[in-house]
Design a protein around this ligand. Structure first.
Ligand code: 5RP
Length: 224
């Protein structure tokens, strides 16, 4: 099975976690795009969606799914999103698609986080994938030096030769070479650095469930 087929399989499987009649939280990325395609086929079963990016919003609207602002809804029953890495406790690295800040906001407003991923994303320990960090542009170089002091090498993410600008008008640093032994403490610590908007470690907003696409089918991991 190709990686694309594994993503489509977990995207479809995530429909079982959507609560009928409720608003669903929708993440960002190629795996979530498969989920959105599947959601389009059953859109009459839900009240609408809250989206974590302009890209997902456009895709949802194209399928005729109503998209609500976070401020217009209360607690969201379930949030479905992908990950760049997930460990055996449901802690994740996210932000490969630069949507980490809105993803963390929607995750925080949701009762359950259901992660959908192909099996290549399951890791023993977080940190091999370059850690995305959304930063206020004027703080980028100082934050890069703070990561260097931890042994990390931060590079500014570019798009078409210029710094990538997120949906929030900020920049992304990708940090290689970190050893993230304690994801909760790491997330709390980096979040305190002036100029950090969001660090891509999702330990406080971890997944409760992961639907992992494998060659032999969907493997369900639970982390309650
Ligand atoms: C976007 C994300 C994505 O969930 C993550 O990058 C995984 O993406 P994909 O499903 O394309 O592998 O965090 O900011």
């Amino acid at each position: 099975m190709t990686q694309d087929e594994l993503k489509a399989m977990v995207g479809r499987a995530a429909l079982d976690h959507v609560v009928p009649g409720e608003i669903v939280g929708v993440g960002t990325g190629s795996t979530v795009n498969k989920f959105i395609d599947a959601l389009g086929l059953v859109k009459d079963r839900i009240a609408g969606a809250v989206s974590s990016s302009e890209a997902s919003t456009a895709r949802l609207k194209d399928l005729g799914i109503a998209v609500f602002d976070c401020n217009a809804v209360g607690e969201i029953a379930v949030y479905i999103d992908g990950a760049d890495e997930i460990d055996g406790r449901g802690h994740m690295v996210k932000g490969g698609g630069a949507a980490l800040t809105r993803e963390k906001i929607v995750a925080a407003q949701s009762r359950r986080f259901v992660c959908i991923a192909d099996e290549s994303k399951l890791v023993e320990k977080l940190g091999a994938f370059p850690l995305p960090v959304e930063v206020i542009p004027m703080a980028a170089q100082r934050i890069a030096r703070q990561f260097a002091a931890l042994g990390g090498e931060a590079t500014l993410r570019l798009k078409d030769g210029a710094p990538l600008v997120t949906d929030n008008g900020q920049h992304i640093l990708d940090v290689r070479g970190l050893s993230i032994d304690d994801p909760l403490a790491f997330e709390s610590g980096v979040n305190q650095w002036p100029g950090v908007v969001t660090v891509g470690v999702f330990a406080h907003q971890k997944a409760q469930v992961c639907l992992l696409g494998t060659a032999s089918g969907v493997r369900t991991l639970t982390f309650e």
